[in-house]
Design a protein around this ligand. Sequence first.
Ligand code: DHB
Ligand code: FE
Length: 315
Amino acid sequence: MARIIAGIASSHVPAIGAAIDNGRTQEPYWQRVFSGFERSKEWMAKANPDVVIGIYNDHASAFSVEIIPTFALGCAAEFPPADEGWGPRPVPVVKGHPELASHIAQSVILDEFDLTIVNKMEVDHGLTVPLNLVFGSPKEWPCRVIPLAVNVVQYPPPTGHRCFMLGKAIRKAVESFPEDLRVVVFGTGGMSHQISGPRAGLINSKFDKAFLDNLTRNPKKLTRMPHLEYMREAGAEGIEMVMWLVMRGAIDDTAQEVYRFYTVPASNTAVGHIILENRQRGAAKRRAAGQPRRKAATKARRAAARAKTAARRSQ
Ligand code: DHB
Ligand code: FE
């Protein structure tokens, strides 16, 4: 059975991608940002997921005002990097997982979430920058990635509650997929930022930090936050943070925060990042600890108890 081992989230600022692509990561300004992801890269290498479900938003690259799907699930085998105006980023093509993606589409749609199925799509910085942050710049991305594009660009975006409930439906779908896959759900976007208008440059660290606290401890509170509050407190593009709630809905209520990073700014944006692990259950926990499977362990324990009783009797 496939299972979700963790949920992670990070901002997706395009200038972070430009810093990587132009070899500027060692400059002090960028070093401050990238240093916060060193631990995440180690965590990712250790977690070694088979599949990442990347919740991101398209910035008028694959879609435009002509078609605005609220939730669009990438079911293709490959998703090339989009040309966002200065040529496609020099990053690997994202390899999807059409079998799991189709299974999620079926399960979630029959659970009454009307997803759009996308069989051809280019992906922009919304997806590729977060992948760089946790995987670095490899020749090939080390796992399959299923993109789920959420409309947070054109009014009306979905509510935080709807995103959270979609996460729950995705979890149910993943857990009913027969293959043994380890899945990480990756929410992207945010944190506070506004890139145009009189409030351009707005950053609200107090709001962002409270959002991170609530994401771990009280996500239900966040699901009740109206769009206007995101916009007022976190800027027009702060609404991207509803995508983090898809991730939060897909993991355990009791998921443990194992890492957090926050720095201001990168370009116009507050950069936030969090890793939430599902508590390992039963067999997975024993496997991770290098312990024998339950049957063998139980047998060994019973044999030891029998030997102890026999030894006591013979004294
Ligand atoms: C910036 C941030 C974004 O999320 C985005 O999509 C575009 C630009 C910025 O900080 O400049
Ligand atoms: Fe964005």
